[in-house]
Unconditional design. Structure first.
Length: 92
């Protein structure tokens, strides 16, 4: 969830290549993935973003576009409404 919040703020994410992040981070499009549990690789990826303004901006823009397309407020309201209606139909 935290990476989606970062995307909404046009901030690319650097994370370990593990299940949770692998599902929401597109390497070299919305952020960078480091080898699992390799602190040195994570540091290298962070440094890469810090030193390359164009890369940081480009990944941030891609990330923002992705979250805006897939998680629009309208879509989220519809999902919440469907959930409430399903609960009401079950007698909740």
């Amino acid at each position: 969830m935290v990476n989606l919040e970062a995307y909404a703020c046009r901030v690319p994410v650097v994370a370990f290549d593990v299940d949770g992040f692998r599902k929401t981070l597109i390497p070299h499009f919305t952020g960078l993935l480091a080898r699992p549990y390799s602190a040195s690789d994570l540091a290298t990826k962070i440094q890469e973003l810090l030193l390359d303004h164009d890369l940081r901006r480009r990944l941030g823009e891609h990330a923002h576009r992705l979250v805006a397309e897939r998680f629009s407020i309208g879509d989220q309201v519809k999902l919440l409404e469907q959930t409430y209606l399903a609960v009401l139909r079950m007698g909740g």
